[in-house]
Design a protein around this ligand. Structure first.
Ligand code: NAP
Length: 279
């Protein structure tokens, strides 16, 4: 059986090359510099790294990155005021509030206050609803990345059994909706699912979005399955047991270098899309 390693770095490079041309056109022909505002609340080191990586990726492509770092002791109101200011700032095209915010802040309320046309990270319930209905402009970036990888490699979801493990609002649920919109027969599993291996045994496509290192085992999968591992655990380890899943798979994403780099590229793409919409 021919095996394909779904190379996220290659997919990502391809997306960024195309985006660079669009950024140039926006600047030269419309005097618009796409701008992503990132909001970080508190001092969580992983969140700081994620925000820095996103900012660097923007700058490499000529997208302006406005970094807002708020102290951990602000209240929900102050965060809402910051988002409101960015909603009203015409030079800002996308807003990303880095998850998680400190627990005394109402994160859902803050996400919901992001203007839909600037919700490039796909965190609002309106954005999710539009994605599920099939006309969302900016689905959450990891689900969008998973679909982008399938498209890049010409893997159709049509008529396939897709099993998504995880149902978070930013990952499992929206990727289930996107696969359904592309005519897959979708099963969404979660921590209450009975006999996960039995459900997975009929999967043609598996999306792992659990947050548990090496949880999904190759023995649970049928031969020829396509495996997309969104997991990103300490030590650069995915949610699937790569070696045993590789044995069964016709195509599989590695970790790192799979879904992760494409996720950042989708954020950049959505920001450029939003800047073009603002013309
Ligand atoms: P999350 O909010 O913690 O959700 C995890 C989901 O997995 C929940 O729906 C949970 O079920 C389900 N689950 C937990 N244990 C399970 C089990 N034993 N069997 C079946 N389902 C189980 O996590 P998330 O934010 O969606 O992230 C998932 C993974 O993706 C993490 O590894 C994260 O680091 C990674 N991630 C990667 C990117 C990227 O860019 N590559 C972006 C975001 C997240 P319940 O709903 O029943 O609790």
């Amino acid at each position: 059986m021919e095996k394909v390693i779904l190379d996220g770095k290659q997919v990502s490079q391809d997306i960024r090359k195309k985006l660079a041309d669009r950024v140039e056109t926006l600047k030269n022909e419309y005097e618009i510099t796409p701008c992503l505002a990132t909001i970080l609340v508190g001092e969580d080191p992983s969140s700081e790294t994620y925000v820095r990586m996103k900012g660097n990726a923007c700058e490499k492509l000529g997208i302006k990155s406005e970094k807002i770092h708020l102290s951990a002791d602000i209240d929900t109101e102050e965060l809402l005021n910051t988002i409101e200011r960015l909603n009203n700032d015409a030079s800002v095209h996308g807003i990303l509030l880095q998850h998680p915010v400190p627990s005394h802040i109402d994160e859902r309320k803050a996400f919901e206050s992001i203007a839909i046309e600037k919700d490039v990270d796909g965190v609002t319930s309106t954005g999710y609803g539009q994605t599920a209905f099939g006309f969302g402009k900016y689905p959450s970036c990891t689900p969008a990345a998973i679909m982008e990888i399938l498209h890049y490699y010409g893997i159709s979801a049509e008529g396939k059994n897709a099993v998504v493990v995880g149902r978070s609002p930013i990952l499992g649920k929206p990727v289930s909706a996107l696969l359904l919109n592309e005519n897959a027969t979708v099963t969404t599993c979660h921590s209450h699912t009975k006999d996960l291996p039995a459900v997975l045994s009929s999967a043609d496509i598996v999306v792992a979005a659990i947050g548990k290192p090496q949880y999904i085992r190759g023995e649970w999968l049928k031969e020829g399955v396509v495996v997309l591992d969104a997991g990103y655990n300490k030590g650069n380890i995915g949610d699937v047991d790569y070696d045993s899943c590789y044995q069964q798979a016709s195509a599989i994403t590695p970790v790192p270098g799979g879904v992760g780099p494409v996720t950042i590229s989708m954020l950049l793409k959505h920001t450029v899309d939003a800047a073009e919409e603002s013309k």
